[in-house]
Design a protein around this ligand. Structure first.
Ligand SMILES: [Zn+2]
Length: 83
């Protein structure tokens, strides 16, 4: 089985099976897989989002909370409609 090395994010480099279960597709790269594994990409996105939130003004943070609440309400509604 082919493996691929992930440089890691918030933890050291590690090697995983080179497949779409562990890596996102990236046509522009050799092998067609992204550089970081999905777990590291998620960790990276979480960190970026936390940093972005820290830089918001109090008014913007309040607006973001309202937006999130509305967003979750819509998702719950859509989920209930499906059942
Ligand atoms: Zn990784």
């Amino acid at each position: 089985m082919e493996t691929k090395r992930c440089p890691g994010f918030g933890r050291g480099p590690h090697t995983l099976p080179a497949n779409l279960e562990n890596f996102d597709a990236d046509k522009d790269r050799a092998g067609g897989l992204g550089a970081h594994c999905k777990d590291c990409r998620r960790a990276y996105k979480r960190m970026r989002k936390a940093e972005w939130k820290k830089n918001l003004s109090p008014a913007e943070q309040a607006a973001e909370k309202v937006y999130q609440a509305e967003y979750y309400k819509r998702i719950l509604k859509a989920r209930r409609a499906k059942q």
